[in-house]
Design a protein around this ligand. Sequence first.
Ligand SMILES: C[S@@+](CC[C@H](N)C(=O)[O-])C[C@H]1O[C@@H](n2cnc3c(N)ncnc32)[C@H](O)[C@@H]1O
Length: 277
Amino acid sequence: MTFRVLDPDPYLGHYAGEELEIGGQTFLFHPLRVWMDLADRLDCHMRVPERDGPFLKITFQKKETRQRDRTLSSNTEKYGAQSEFQRIHKLEEPYFLLDAIQALRSLDLPAEARILDLGVNSGEELRLLDLAYPGNHFEVLGLDHSESALNIARGRFPQHRFQVADINALPEDLGTFDLILSIGTLQSANIEVEPVFRRLLKHIKLGGHWLLAFPNSRYSGGEISYGARMVNYREPELSLLFKDVAFFRRYFQKHRYSVNVTGKYYILVTARSLSRV
Ligand SMILES: C[S@@+](CC[C@H](N)C(=O)[O-])C[C@H]1O[C@@H](n2cnc3c(N)ncnc32)[C@H](O)[C@@H]1O
């Protein structure tokens, strides 16, 4: 589908839908983002627009419909080394990258912090620690049930420890941590989130912090698409996401943490302990 819209560049600063009189004709202004959002909402790619006088020619290209991956999240290799998931690099998404770095910095972690990462996969998210705290010497323990993903992580971060474990049955001898981090994992259908969280409480140090991220997006046709989806829903439906975020936010607020909820494609719940060590 191709259509022509007013080139927004000469009129930046207007709002979407504002009327503009140009050469005796009325046009509506829209920033480019509006067309990108529309493409996303219609499950299309937006091709690079072509200039056409005072207009832009915009082409939407339907994304190839692919079979939904019906592998159960309890399958330990669903996100393994051979899975499609390894093609995804979330640190290339500006909202995720900048919000996660800001969240980590807000925790003011001690120089030799012990960090537990649940669902660490291939470890890519551990680069956030280097970006937020350059030159740090954190001691990271990454857990995941995918042996093959952990092997990639071991190659990337030989200084850290990675252990195969089921988050529903955490090893008793994990020790205690200054930060418990979990990105895109606790919402998995196979994880009993509330019992797991209660068990984790004995592994957080007094004064230790939490950073939990929940997807508000899905990946389709090479792109991140806004909005959490529930099983059998085509359109975004955020009820389960809100339930998880509300559960953690309420818990942390009741237990002497200062809580921030940030993010767009991933909702980040950052809980900074107010307890003095
Ligand atoms: C969607 S991926 C997110 C991975 C990574 N944190 C990221 O954001 O790129 C979820 C991860 O949790 C792991 N996982 C899911 N259920 C698990 C369980 N019960 N025990 C351990 N790991 C689990 C998966 O193997 C996968 O690596």
